[in-house]
Design a protein. Structure first.
Length: 685
């Protein structure tokens, strides 16, 4: 790949890795993907890409791709025809629905799949199976963003655009490491610094941008609310708040102001460990800037108080009037390539496409009329609830598309147990996964390079995914598989191209009504795009006119993490992503990326390493109340004493065997950012 001869053709498409949504050209020779080159017409990234986009797509031709349906017989997978596999699934799904009811089935949709596949999956579960039990991996990352920003602003998405970043005067980066997780946004933040911007970073780790920040607040994990409340109290006392904005555009300010009164700089220093002079300087820089922009990601959302963390950031932006204008706002950097789109398409247990609630009678009637069925008004199960329901004997079958919950969800033991209790499991993926090993039927799916569709990036831009090669082996695009299964189950679906699915979705979803493949062809469109003439929306809540009317201040108190270090488990583990990898499926099968960084390295502070007689590169054992993993030590002052930091990218070190099985009280997003562990040097026998 990359440099293997001259391509026969180049096909512009959208990157299948992170939520930045870079566009580039897939270079094709003899029907094979041989490399990736920049396409200067790409609106989001221009010539920029990161190592994953440039070199990681070789997974498409991995010899380990699933190429034919598999049915488990006597404990072993045997090859089957599509006819046989789909017949079996249709029969079992009908049987389980008839015996136990529609809510005994559930589906996991996929942020790796195109919008049209997410729409058709939620339609299949709702219209054909008759349940709202459909969810996807937003549950384990940015569900608190969707819930929190929707509660505060009326819309759960990035308020501004990626290409505003280089023009920002002040950037407040909290709980995010774009250099590694969203590299092209990281590059644009560095561009802003070169343009004279001031950067504030709040992060327990010395991430690359902390070294470039004017103020770095190294807060203890799980203390973001105290930090933000402390900043807001300083701003209020100094009179740096925007009274006009508060008066005319928001509500419930007084309740919030009452709660933050006790967050004196001393009290905040006590909770967060951040010296009060740094807190005061950060508050001054943010509040006195003409325009200041907040960027955050999973360091904010993956806590038991993830939704409250998000709403605290919304409070800070509204207090200073830093929302509803250019180079300002609250900007969640979404993780997966299409996690924004999967939420938008209604792959969630409580909403149809366009965030129309299943409990809203008018919305339900509209979809009933369009789909010709009676729909359930009962909110479905979130993913963690699915595993509990299975263990309790209430959920009998699951259909998992393009995800591997055993590797990606918190407390892998519990998730595995949930799958083991099912009567029937269907897994649809491009590779065999840990979850797939437990399946009764495996369906081989086509990768992003083998199908048409669209992804929506974190700035709400809906962009084209274009087929560049034929599906590998006997694999099929996910939307075709669901369509064919639906037909087998007696609910006719006749889509012949994903554009028809988008047209149906647009006709039923007011905020996406102006979308079509034709309109997104060149540059994509940023939603809301309410009609066919609308040019799309660069930024939201223009002039403080929030999607919900008035912006809502929330009164929020600090909440400690669910599990804190103690005598038995004295370390605090935080997990996250590294530059060279993405997730286990896809990037995990990239030869190039694996060569760059072949194994897990757990960060540990030199003081702790010395005490435990651990040298850099030694193998260490990390154990929590839930499980044990082994990794090489990376002795570094980048983490706080008492802290351990690991990624979750390696089959040989499945970090989620250790992480917490509980999470945010609103969205149930797992608390990946804090759990108590013990660390020992691994004794080699
Ligand atoms: Fe792909 Fe994200 Fe890298 Fe862009 S920054 S090339 S979208 S992984």
């Amino acid at each position: 790949m990359n440099g293997v001869g001259k391509p026969d053709k180049k096909v512009k498409t959208t990157c299948p890795f992170c939520g930045v949504g870079c566009n580039y050209d897939l270079n094709i020779k003899d029907g094979k993907l041989i490399g990736v080159t920049s396409n200067l017409t790409s609106v989001v990234n221009g010539r920029l890409t990161c190592v994953k986009g440039r070199f990681g797509t070789d997974y498409v031709h991995s010899p380990e791709r699933l190429t034919t349906p598999l049915i488990k017989k006597n404990g072993k997978f045997v090859e089957a025809s599509w006819e046989e596999a789909l017949d079996l699934i249709a029969t079992k799904f009908k049987e389980i629905k008839d015996t136990y009811g529609s809510d005994a089935l559930a589906a996991v949709s996929s942020a790796r799949c195109v919008n049209e596949e997410n729409y058709i999956m939620q339609k299949f579960m709702r219209a054909v199976i008759g349940t709202n039990n459909v969810d996807h991996c937003a549950r384990i990352c940015h569900a608190p963003t969707v819930a929190g920003l929707a509660a505060s602003f009326g819309s759960g998405a990035m308020t501004n655009s990626i290409n505003e970043a280089p023009q920002c005067k002040v950037i407040f980066l909290i709980g995010g490491n774009p250099t590694e997780a969203h590299p092209v946004i990281g590059a644009k933040i560095r561009q802003a610094l070169r343009n004279g911007a001031t950067l504030i970073v709040a992060d327990p780790r010395r991430i690359e941008l902390a070294g470039k920040a004017h103020v770095w607040m190294q807060l203890r994990p799980g203390t973001d609310i105290a930090l933000i409340n402390g900043m807001m109290r300083i701003i209020l006392k100094a009179g740096w708040h925007d009274q006009n904005f508060i008066n005319s555009c928001t509500t419930d300010f007084d309740k919030m102001a009452d709660v933050i009164e006790k967050y004196t700089p001393e009290y905040v220093e006590d909770i967060t460990g951040v010296p009060k002079h740094l807190l005061m300087e950060a508050a001054r820089i943010y509040a006195t800037a003409e325009r200041a922009s907040i960027f955050y990601t999973l360091g904010i959302t993956e806590h038991i108080c993830g939704t409250d963390n998000v709403m605290s950031l919304a409070n800070l932006a509204m207090l200073t009037g830093n929302v509803g204008k250019l180079y300002s706002g609250v900007n969640p950097m979404r993780g997966q390539n299409n996690v924004q789109g999967s939420c938008d398409m209604g792959a969630l247990p409580n909403v149809y496409s366009g965030y129309q609630a299943v409990t809203n009678a008018a919305a339900r009637e509209k979809f009933e009329k369009a789909w010709g069925v009676k729909l359930s008004d009962k909110v479905g199960l979130m993913m963690p609830d699915m595993f509990d329901a299975s263990i309790a004997g209430k959920l009998k079958a699951m259909y998992v598309m393009g995800e591997d919950p055993i590797r990606s969800d918190g407390d892998a033991h519990h998730v595995r147990k949930g799958f083991e209790h099912l009567e029937f499991l269907v897994v649809q993926n491009i590779f065999m996964t840990e979850t797939g090993k437990l399946a009764d039927v495996i369906l081989p799916a086509a990768s992003f390079a083998e199908k048409d569709g669209s992804f929506t990036n974190c700035e709400r831009r809906v962009q084209r995914v274009r087929q560049a090669i034929e599906p590998i082996g006997n694999s099929r695009p996910d939307w075709q598989i669901i369509r064919d299964l639906s037909n087998k189950m007696g609910y006719p679906m006749s889509y012949s191209h994903p554009s028809e699915i988008m047209d149906e979705m647009a006709s039923l979803s007011p905020m996406f009504a102006g979308l079509s493949f034709e309109r997104i062809d060149e540059k994509g469109l940023q939603w809301p795009v309410p009609d066919k003439e609308h040019p799309g929306s660069q930024y939201l809540h223009v002039d403080g006119k929030f999607a919900c009317g008035l912006g809502v201040f929330k009164a929020i108190d600090h909440q400690p993490p669910a599990e804190l270090p103690d005598a038995e488990y004295p370390f605090m583990l935080t997990t996250g992503r590294i530059l060279y990898h993405y997730c286990l499926t896809t990037a995990g099968y990239s030869k190039h990326l694996t060569e760059y960084r072949p194994e897990e390295r757990a960060m540990i502070h030199p003081d702790d390493a010395k005490r435990l007689n651990i040298a850099d590169q030694d193998y260490i054992t990390v154990t929590s109340r839930r499980g044990t993993v082994q990794a090489r030590a990376w002795v570094t002052t980048d983490v706080l004493p008492g802290g351990i930091w690991m990624s979750f990218h390696y089959h040989a070190c499945p970090t989620n065997e250790v992480t917490m099985g509980c999470g945010d009280k609103v969205t149930k997003t797992y608390e990946y950012k804090v759990c108590a562990v013990k660390v020992e040097k691994t004794v080699v026998q």
